[in-house]
Every structure is written in C-alpha cells, then in structure tokens.
Design a binder for this molecule. Structure first.
Ligand code: FE2
Length: 182
C-alpha cells in the first residue's frame, strides 16, 4: 500500500482511502496488483536473468494486457535496481533530478520499494509517494517528478510504454523544489 508525505507540511497519509483520494485529486493513476501471484523465490530476487524477467511478465500477463488495452501501452519490460546493479550510486544521482516526459511514467512494483517525488497542484506542492510490491502508479505526462530508491535500496518493477522508440526526460529546473530527506 502506497504512503504519501507532503513536503511543505510534512503530513503523512497512510490510510488507504485517503491515499487513493489524495492521488486521485492529483490526477495520478493508482492501482493494485496481487503481489502474492509472484513465486516466493522471485519476491526476494533482485539480480534477475532474462528468463526470470519473462517469468515476471508472464505472471502479470493479464494485468499488463488490461492496462495496455485501457491506456494504449505498446511495449513493456522489467527493470531492477539493487546493490547488485553496477554503479548504483551514480545511477541514483542521475535519477534524482526533477524532469518531465511527453508520455506518462507507469510503474508496477513487483518486489522491493521505491519512491516517486512529484510536483502536485499549487496548494499541495511537492509530495512523495512511497511504493511497495503490488502498487501500480502512473505519473501523468508533463508532470514534474523523479524516482529513487528507499532505504532498502532494492526494487523490481514492470514499466509500460506507449512510444516504442523510447522516451526522453526533459529537465525541469524548479526553484520551488527543495531536496529533503524523507
Ligand atoms: Fe521520469
């Protein structure tokens, strides 16, 4: 279950209905997949072979196809980040910059944890969405955001794309954004 932290007020939202409400008001798609569909082995595996990635995609085939039909995604893959990822710190440093995309950024977490930092409406400002296995989130196109890991520093997620040629992040320089520790 996702949890929210609003940067300006340090308010935390942890009750499911309130989290869903908050994200709906921010026009962020938030759904759930059954994290228990994944085999026990894959629930705790972060260095994945191509075969294991295919296994994850096969496990969630109906959920992926459902999103693809509803929202126009054409391709999907599995990404993983953990201490086993070469240059993890460098990679995270690159990630931690506010940016936008011309299409939405959808992630379905299948193992581990992750966090989206998102610029909300003017009255809300920046907020964190802390995600765990089973959480599915889509940051809308052109909404400033970035993604990073949480303290456990490991995640596996399914990504879906509309644009088959791959997309480019546009930097978003925002004097309003103040980096804080969650
Ligand atoms: Fe992004």
């Amino acid at each position: 279950m996702a949890q929210i932290r609003v940067h300006n007020t340090n308010e935390r939202i942890e009750v499911e209905d309130q989290v869903v409400d908050f994200l709906e008001k921010q026009e962020i798609l938030y759904e759930h997949w059954d994290a228990d569909k994944l085999s026990e082995e894959l629930k705790e595996k972060y260095a994945l072979s191509d075969e294991e990635k295919q296994q994850i995609l096969a496990t969630y085939d109906s959920e992926i196809k459902d999103l693809a039909v509803r929202r126009g995604y054409k391709i999907w893959d599995v990404i993983t980040l953990s201490e086993a990822t070469p240059n993890l710190d460098e990679l995270l440093q690159k990630f931690e910059a506010v940016h936008t995309h011309s299409e939405d950024e959808i992630r379905a977490i299948t193992a581990g944890k992750g966090i989206f930092i998102i610029k909300g409406t003017d009255d809300t400002g920046y907020f964190d969405v802390e995600l765990e296995a089973g959480d599915v989130i889509s940051v809308p196109e052109l909404k400033p955001h970035f993604f990073t890991l949480m303290d456990n520093r490991k995640i596996v997620a399914v990504r879906l794309f509309i644009e088959t040629e791959g997309w480019v992040a546009s930097p978003y320089n925002d004097p309003e954004f103040v980096k804080t520790n969650a």
